[in-house]
Write a protein that binds this ligand. Structure first.
Ligand code: SF4
Ligand code: SF4
Length: 112
């Protein structure tokens, strides 16, 4: 999908408002892992951003789709990843205590 070919409102409407991309990620040995720590601006009930119009100012780490898709930080079921050749989504599950330890070290206990 190419946002340059789409009216912005159509592009925006593709979002399912799942909030999954607002979880912190960590990278370990070249693999990106999705943690259980969410951005402070995400409303966990509605799964929407509470500062959406000014999100990039409010949270400098917030990535637009243009920034985040090449970084492959959007989940596999995110509509924006559809059809992107070679897209490797971040890992959402694992069974490796070393990863948990690393996440704890980087983001704290709440992220595991
Ligand atoms: S992961 Fe995709 S569908 Fe879910 S909130 Fe983020 S952009 Fe929208
Ligand atoms: S600022 Fe960005 S990362 Fe944080 S909740 Fe809003 S859209 Fe998600």
């Amino acid at each position: 999908m190419d946002p340059a070919r789409m009216p912005p409102e159509i592009w925006e409407a593709l979002c399912r408002r799942c909030g999954k991309c607002c979880a912190e990620k960590v990278e370990m040995d070249g693999v990106i892992y999705v943690t259980k720590k969410f951005c402070r601006f995400l409303d966990r009930g509605t799964k929407t951003c509470t500062v959406y119009p000014q999100r990039f100012r409010a949270e400098p780490d917030c990535a637009s789709t243009a920034q985040g898709l090449p970084m492959m930080i959007f989940p596999a079921d995110c509509p924006y990843t559809k059809g992107i050749e070679g897209y490797i989504p971040p890992r959402e599950t694992w069974d490796d205590p070393a990863v948990d330890d690393f996440i704890r070290e980087v983001l704290g206990e709440e992220a595991v």
